[in-house]
Design a protein around this ligand. Structure first.
Ligand code: PRP
Ligand code: MN
Ligand code: MG
Length: 182
């Protein structure tokens, strides 16, 4: 067991809750894409854990690719300025594509990513996110698969970082305000 230390305020979503939810989403994805050649695209770095665990719940034979974008840098607020740090290796023209994210906060990253990928003419383009913060949305996005809607608090763990730390926690927790000067 990891020590929560004094930097975390509480566990918001436990490992068991995450596992159960991913199994549920995975079953839906298996049904919805039955007979199709699905490409799942993980958004680095935050989505690493969701991709790895969600992909292992799938019974269908999918392919995986990765895109690295960053909008937060070292801060806790989305800048809205998205940088591509690594593009896809795959030509997604005519492909069924499912973007996998850890969290939709303001929605700015995903909104930018959706229009970027849409312009490459995929056969279909949908989104799966483990977490979503309805109260933080600056743009509305149609998301097919959502794990949990959560309050507008800064969360870390299970891929989510604060200044690159806490990604390896097996659960999602809230950060104590003293850590980010809140
Ligand atoms: C985080 C998170 C999402 C995005 C959500 O990524 O993983 O990708 O921000 O925020 P938004 O909805 O307000 O745009 P970040 O830019 O921190 O990069 P990382 O995944 O490498 O941590
Ligand atoms: Mn991210
Ligand atoms: Mg981040």
């Amino acid at each position: 067991e990891k020590d929560m230390g004094t930097d975390l305020a509480k566990v918001l979503i436990s490992k068991d809750e995450i596992d159960a939810k991913l199994a549920e989403l995975g079953a839906q994805i298996d049904r919805d894409y039955a007979g199709k050649d699905l490409l799942i695209v993980g958004v680095l770095k935050g989505a690493v854990m969701v991709m790895a665990d969600l992909a292992r719940t799938l019974h269908s034979d999918v392919t995986m690719d990765w895109m690295a974008v960053s909008s937060y840098g070292m801060g806790t607020k989305s800048s809205g300025v998205v940088r591509i740090l690594k593009d896809l290796d795959t030509d997604i023209s005519g492909r069924d594509v499912l973007i996998v994210e850890d969290i939709i906060d303001s929605g700015l990253t995903l909104s930018w990513l959706l229009s970027n990928l849409q312009s490459r003419n995929p056969a279909s383009l949908e989104v799966c996110t483990l977490l979503r913060k309805p109260d933080a949305a600056k743009v509305s996005i149609d998301v097919r698969y959502v794990g949990f809607d959560i309050p507008n608090e800064f969360v870390v763990g299970y891929g989510l970082d604060y200044a690159e730390k806490f990604r390896n926690l097996p659960f999602v927790g809230t950060l104590a305000p003293h850590v980010y000067g809140g």
